[in-house]
Design a protein around this ligand. Structure first.
Ligand code: PA5
Length: 418
């Protein structure tokens, strides 16, 4: 179960108005017309699962592999990484999912050293097919493992890309298994397509439940049973000149990679030039509680009133440890916490910090996962994707493109070709 706590101003506009209705109609049109494809992934990706089941039955090396390697960046890695980080500690098998993302040489070398060709499933993910970090890292893996596309090595490789991309052509050239992603699904909205489903399936996660959780929330939204999403987007939109920073304060290390996924989704989707030519955007910041109480919190409480805060927590960590009943001389004042679990402590810290933030006049809300499981994570993903689409619709931006990141890529090409 996932609960949306709505204590303050985010939800003061309880009746719908024409801005909310127009945004709802736009998002509904995107979905119904298939202009934007992510809304239907909870249904269409069931076919990806069926195809994976059939393919891995004939090609068992992929399921037997103890190391699953995903090579991709941005929307091609952050979603699956966020889900793996939330569920990894519950895994009963010894499999490891390694992401090659950055062009950082130290990171690449240390990860290469972990690879053994005979124990590996390799997934190459790029929607465009030509992202320089991804393809360069893939070449480094091919060279390090002496990967031979003409041998059985190729059975260990899966390519995920857009139909007709240069990467798709590469897969066809070498007879490599390929999953395509729908061309109406953008990178940062693609976690529930083959981009996320393939690596998570090979890791043994319950991808059906993931889709189920996301699909239920999307259905409820279109049935007008999750109106808080419209109300929150409306608040963010109408106050974006003053409250321009949105903090996600997540009370668990398990949620750190989820925060990175959120930062990409929010930043790349909403930081745009709008239809009137204005520069608009809401700045996403991902914090981890309780650690960042000792860092960023001061700025929230006493700094400029330009932030909203969404707290996130996991009610039941399912694995816990008690603070021992030990009283130590001179530090007895900390004994009040003895005998309580760390799970109880971190969740109480989340509530106490949220109260302090609200008491100081900052707008806040909270999202609670009952436990970290696939169904809840699916719902969480759908929640943030829908919130992004609705807010983008209200702000009058193209939520799904990212022209701002192309300039640097062009300059890079010129640097190497000069
Ligand atoms: O959201 C996006 O579209 C981007 O962040 C991409 O995911 C990222 O640039 C990686 O692109 P590609 O999947 O084409 O390699």
């Amino acid at each position: 179960m996932i609960t949306f706590h709505r204590p303050t101003h985010f939800y003061e506009t309880l009746d719908t108005n024409h801005v909310m209705e127009d945004a709802f109609a736009k998002v509904q049109h995107e979905c119904q017309s298939d202009e934007i494809g992510y809304y239907k992934l909870p249904v269409t990706s069931r076919e990806v699962i069926r195809e994976l089941q059939a393919y891995t039955q004939d090609n068992s090396v992929l399921l037997e592999a103890q190391t699953v390697v995903a090579v991709g960046i941005g929307g091609s890695s952050l979603g699956a990484k966020a889900i793996d980080s939330l569920l990894r500690h519950k895994r009963t098998n010894a499999k490891e999912l390694i992401f090659f993302e950055n062009s950082d040489p130290v990171d690449i070398v240390s990860k290469l050293k972990k690879l053994q060709k005979e124990n590996l499933a390799l997934i190459l993910i790029s929607k465009s097919g030509g992202t320089i970090e991804t393809i360069s890292t893939f070449k480094a893996i091919v060279a390090y493992l002496d990967f031979d596309f003409a041998s059985d090595d190729a059975k260990r490789l899966i390519v995920i890309t857009d139909p007709d991309s240069i990467l798709s052509q590469f897969a066809q050239e070498y007879g490599i298994k390929e999953f395509t992603m729908p061309s109406n699904v953008g990178g940062r909205f693609s976690v529930l397509s083959a981009v996320g489903i393939v690596p998570l399936f090979l890791m043994g996660y319950d991808v059906e439940a993931l889709l189920e959780g996301a699909g239920s929330l999307i259905d409820r939204f279109f049935e007008r049973q999750e109106e808080h999403l419209l109300q929150k987007a409306y608040y963010l939109y109408t106050n974006n000149q003053t409250i321009s920073i949105n903090v996600l304060f997540a009370y668990s290390n398990l949620l750190e990679d989820f925060s990175k996924w959120y930062v990409q989704l929010w930043g790349e989707s909403l930081g745009k030039i709008d239809t009137q030519g204005n520069r608009v955007g809401l700045t996403p910041i991902g914090l981890t509680g309780s650690v960042d109480q000792h860092s960023f919190l001061q700025l929230i409480i006493e700094g400029p009133r330009n932030k909203s805060v969404t707290f996130m927590n996991i009610d039941d960590f399912e694995e816990d440890i008690t603070i021992p009943n030990i009283s130590l001389k001179r530090i007895e004042k900390t004994d009040y916490i003895n005998g309580n679990s760390f799970g109880k402590l971190i969740n109480a810290q989340c509530d106490a910090t949220m109260q302090s933030v609200m008491d100081s006049g900052v707008v806040a809300d909270k999202i609670s996962l009952s436990i970290a499981n696939e169904e809840n994570i699916g719902a969480l993903i759908a929640y943030f994707e829908l919130l992004t689409s609705i807010t983008g619709a209200m702000m009058g931006v193209n939520t799904y493109n990212q022209p701002g990141v192309e300039l640097g890529k062009d300059i890079l090409v010129k640097k190497f070709q000069a």
